[in-house]
Design a protein around this ligand. Structure first.
Ligand SMILES: [Zn+2]
Length: 143
């Protein structure tokens, strides 16, 4: 289930179709992952989805062959060394089947607000009706 780079736009379309334009955009800092993982293990459906989207994206980043590295969604520099955070776009409905993870490098953004802003800017050209309906974070308040 690893999306190749050329399938990225297709992934966006899939999420877009399902969301009908409304999506929950959640910023996930790498430091949030331990908390999210334990929430997911405890059965929290939102945490499960976020962890799944991040894992898929991480696998793609780590396994990408040299010369075909995944790029930061904001600046298109190759991602490496764990120096990136994520914004997860999940269709705003009761039972969404797909979430889309965007990796934003730490040269572009180091705060939640900045990651969200960069992710919105990256999505805007391909996702015209993007309307983030909620920015939620299970570990909110720890930033
Ligand atoms: Zn960047």
């Amino acid at each position: 289930m690893t999306a190749a780079p050329e399938n990225w736009t297709a992934s966006v379309r899939h999420v877009q179709d399902e969301a009908a334009g409304a999506v929950a955009l959640t910023v996930v800092m790498v430091t949030d992952m331990p908390v999210l993982r334990s929430l997911a293990e405890a059965g929290d459906p939102q945490a499960c989805q976020i962890v799944q989207a991040v894992q898929q994206s991480l696998v793609g980043i780590v396994r990408a062959p040299r010369g075909q590295r995944r790029e930061c969604a904001a600046c298109a520099r190759p991602l490496k060394g764990g120096k990136f955070n994520f914004a997860i776009a999940i269709p705003h409905r009761d039972d969404p089947s797909a979430g889309l993870a965007l990796a934003i490098c730490t040269r572009c953004a180091t705060t939640r607000a900045a990651v969200q802003e960069k992710a919105m800017a990256a999505l805007a050209p391909i996702w015209r009706n993007l309307r983030p309906v909620a920015v939620t974070h299970p570990a909110g308040g720890h930033a």
